[in-house]
Design a protein around this ligand. Structure first.
Ligand SMILES: Nc1ncnc2c1ncn2[C@@H]1O[C@H](COP(=O)(O)OP(=O)(O)OP(=O)(O)O)[C@@H](O)[C@H]1O
Ligand SMILES: [Mg+2]
Length: 299
């Protein structure tokens, strides 16, 4: 059984597909990175999963049951766009109100629990309007966590966060999946950050699922390369391009060679051509470059 199983899902707005026969599988316990260009249908899919909009066709199952089943609906927590909070109320009172709306029992205990889960215990008395963006995003997650969901859908929760805000958010999301048995779907354009926590990925394009893969599969299919730096960059680039078939200069000024080659062979070849290497590293491309390659292939 999977946390989410979507088959053939479609939704059009004014005759144009926002979601086009999309399939998606999210295993239980995953942190599922949902990726795609602007307008590719991520938010629409997430809204359908949560029952906020009706699809034109297809099926959505959550934990093996129809997503419209009220028992299974109650298992999903959602943060799409900003949380609906009252700016002049404290964080505590906002959460208490939401807990009351959801008819949650033991409200105080629940609110204390979710505040702890999002590392906001010390800020409960702050007025919502005085919270930083990072805090507001975490309050949104706390709201979504009320009622003990086993599935959390988060639409771009790390947008605009600074390095420390990102780090806290990473810790919170990993903690939620590991220690509270929650499955998380998170859409984001910040692929470098997503890569640090995601266990699975779904890449959408024009409303269709282009590729689903695990983090291990991603790693295995990311090209490896040797990158060198030398004083005369242009000559280094030319000498390497003459001998190897796949070379390019990266943003940091390293010349990368993607051929199956050892660093020793590269250093020797450059030395024989009168070039002394000042730096050499071996690495593999990350999610961001993999994604760009995939999108280019699909064009
Ligand atoms: N309520 C709506 N009415 C009309 N068109 C809509 C509506 N909601 C979404 N769309 C359209 O559906 C398409 C998919 O939008 P969606 O918001 O799902 O994309 P997204 O992948 O979340 O994009 P982004 O990365 O920018 O958030 C877009 O072309 C959008 O303009
Ligand atoms: Mg969106």
């Amino acid at each position: 059984m999977n946390a989410i199983e979507i088959r053939n899902l479609s939704k059009s707005f004014r005759g144009l597909y926002a979601v086009n026969h999309l399939n998606m599988t999210v295993p239980i316990g995953a942190i599922y990175g949902f990726i795609g260009e602007n307008g590719s249908g991520k938010s629409t899919t997430e809204k359908i999963i949560c029952g906020l909009i009706h699809p034109d066709g297809g099926s959505v199952k959550l934990f093996g049951r129809e997503h419209t089943d009220p028992d299974v609906c109650a298992k999903a927590g959602v943060l799409i766009e900003a949380p609906g909070c009252f700016p002049n109320l404290s964080v505590w009172n906002n959460l208490m109100l939401q807990a009351a709306n959801l008819s949650i029992r033991n409200t105080e205990k629940e609110v204390v629990k979710v505040l702890k889960m999002v590392r906001m215990e010390g800020a409960a008395s702050n007025k919502y309007k005085n919270c930083s963006l990072g805090m507001k995003q975490r309050i949104g997650i706390a709201m979504a966590l009320l009622g003990n969901p086993t599935l959390l859908i988060l639409d771009e929760p790390i947008n605009g966060l600074d390095a420390d805000g990102m780090r806290i958010m990473r810790e919170v999301l990993v903690d939620i999946t590991r220690n509270y048995n929650c499955t998380v779907v998170i859409s984001s354009h910040i692929l470098g950050e997503l890569e640090k926590i995601a266990t699975h990925y779904g890449i959408v394009r024009s409303g269709k699922m282009m590729k689903e893969m695990t983090a291990t599969e991603l790693k295995a299919s990311c090209r490896t390369y040797v990158a060198v730096r030398a004083k005369d960059r242009n000559r280094t680039k030319a000498v390497l391009a003459c001998k190897f078939s796949r070379t390019e200069e990266d943003e940091a000024g390293y010349i990368r060679v993607y051929d199956r080659i050892t660093p020793e062979e590269i250093v020797t070849h450059l030395y024989e051509n009168g070039i002394l290497v000042s730096e050499i590293i071996t690495d593999r491309i990350g999610l961001e470059e993999y994604y760009i390659d995939l999108i280019k292939e699909g064009r």
